[in-house]
Ligand binder design. Structure first.
Ligand SMILES: CC(C)(COP(=O)(O)OP(=O)(O)OC[C@H]1O[C@@H](n2cnc3c(N)ncnc32)[C@H](O)[C@@H]1OP(=O)(O)O)[C@@H](O)C(=O)NCCC(=O)NCCS
Length: 176
């Protein structure tokens, strides 16, 4: 498997249109909006590709993707453990989307891609000074996925979940 930034992978329309994760809005976003959001610098998308499984146009199939963007959360909207001694608003790295193609689901690829997404968020946070990772979950099922990895619900916005980037850093051994 190969992880590439969207612009480096330059996925063809066939590659993008072939992606199906079970959540139509996430398929559509990859097919029609990821490039534009990259070009306008609103968000950066990363693709996990399978070089062994090629699409109709002989380019690698897209296994999954995630997308990061700068963000912030009001202190009042953050769980107390994250708001403690933080700036207001709390600087954040946002993860807009995270998905695995149905053909690859249930085989551990989400866990692999998830680790990469967290490491990228920690790295971005170190460069620009973010404290939390912030996700607006698209469904209760998606929120359950994030909570499984330690994300905590915002006390104000029930579909918003957050994670302390310093905790990720320590648990990944990146603080040394
Ligand atoms: C959610 C999704 C990314 C999981 O992909 P996957 O390939 O099935 O996940 P994996 O096989 O790597 O499993 C990782 C772990 O997460 C668990 N998991 C998977 N989906 C879950 C969910 N919705 N809620 C809670 N846990 C979930 C798995 O049981 C597995 O646990 P285990 O390691 O103890 O066995 C995938 O189903 C998907 O893309 N769904 C549609 C889009 C979506 O909901 N994205 C998430 C938020 S935007």
């Amino acid at each position: 498997m190969q992880l590439l930034r969207f612009d480096r992978a330059a996925p063809s329309k066939v590659q993008r249109n072939g992606f199906r994760c079970g959540e139509a809005s996430l398929d559509r976003w990859l097919a029609t909006q990821a490039r534009q959001s990259m070009e306008s610098r609103a968000a950066v998308t990363y693709l996990l590709l399978d070089p062994e499984e090629v699409a109709e146009d002989d380019r690698p199939s897209i296994v999954g993707y995630y997308c990061l963007s700068p963000g912030e959360v009001r202190r009042a909207d953050a769980p107390a453990s994250l708001a403690d001694r933080a700036l207001d608003p709390v600087p954040a790295v946002g993860m807009g989307r995270f998905a695995i193609d149905e053909r690859y689901q249930g085989r551990g690829w989400a866990a692999e891609l998830w680790r990469e997404a967290l490491l990228a968020a920690v790295a971005a946070g170190k460069v620009i000074g973010a404290r939390v990772m912030l996700v607006d979950a698209i469904s209760a099922d998606a929120r359950a996925f994030y909570e499984r990895y330690g994300f905590v619900r915002s006390p104000i916005h029930p579909m918003q979940v957050l994670y302390d980037l310093r905790v990720v850093e320590v648990s990944a051994g990146l603080d040394r």
